[in-house]
Write a protein that binds this ligand. Sequence first.
Ligand code: PLP
Length: 404
Amino acid sequence: MISKRIQKAMEGNSAIRAMFVEGKAMAAKYGAEHVYDFSLGNPATPAPAAVNDAIRELLAEADAAGPAGSLALHGYMENSGYGEVRAAIAENLNRRFRTTFDAHNLIMTVGAAGGLNIIFKTILDPGDEVIVFAPFFGEYRQYAANFGASLVVAASDPDTFQPDADELAKKITPRTKALIVNTPNNPTGVIYRPDTMRRIAEILEQKQREYGTDIYLVSDEPYRELVYDGKKEDFLTAYYANTIVGYSFSKSLSLPGERIGYVAVPDEAADAEDLIRGMEISNRTLGFVNAPSLIQKAVARCLDEKPDVAFYDENRRMLYEGLTKSGFTCIRPDGAFYLWVKSPVSDEKAFVEEGKKLRILMVPGSSFGCPGYVRLAYCVSHETVRHSLPAFEELAKVYGLQKG
Ligand code: PLP
């Protein structure tokens, strides 16, 4: 008999994953080119050549060094990861964002998901609360539940999908341990404006003083470099001292299956040393032990590599323009690779089903705590986007939308 907790998790199992499986079945039936699968955030551009080159070089160097080389490359290490890898990342962040990290501020993690879980294990007690703005990456709910904490949802501005700072102020209680922010955002593609972030920081500081607590701002940043129109990459430690950054190379270097990322804790954060030591222990006791060794060393040699923003930008433009022309209302994304589309009917799940009849796969907004919308992941080929546009036009006709 499986645990009650997992039984519950199975009932609410990720709609995104379910749709991914459905997409594969549809592709087998109709041919992949006739299915417009916008369900999963799996990057569509290959990892930069430098990544594979780095892996080959590392293997060649290990071979040249004999048995000791292989042992050093594939062996256990500190639970926080290789010191030289963390030092290289610290130096890279300092150069780009004027931070003052060194190796001790960083912990290498098993992707962003591993990073968020070690953060939560380290800061959360049962009954604690973690605030998030809707819509949000649905797995956060599970991650908080893993440690007996609950997710408290605050609304965003319904027109811009910028976080609503006044809503945040209302949701903070003495049990609030953290606020998660994710900018550029999955699922809206919105980048939080500097004035929004400043306001959030003010509120967090004021509430910390009022309750005599520490409230951590957990910045989940897998899309940090995926920004359009020359927008500047932001680093949130500049706004608020109690910031913990969780980063992943899954999207920026197209390496989601390699499971590699890091957590950065600035020295200014409350109990910074305890946080770092606690996360090292959490990395071990959650069973990760350490982030995978070969890919740690490989990414350390590729820190100035960039995602193929131009590729995603072309999809962004085609899809946004195509859908708005067909009469859909969409939030124009400034980053990440998602388009957030208003469902023409309040029951967005019915809209998703209607889309499936035209072989369009979209994820319902309720998976992100925000019904009435759907998410399109446009990390797909240009052909998929181009070929999907007539199907979206058909879908718009089903609902009598006016062409724009
Ligand atoms: N956070 C957000 C907002 C995401 O969109 C994702 C993946 O899609 C993750 C975390 C998990 O990333 P990773 O594959 O690095 O664990």
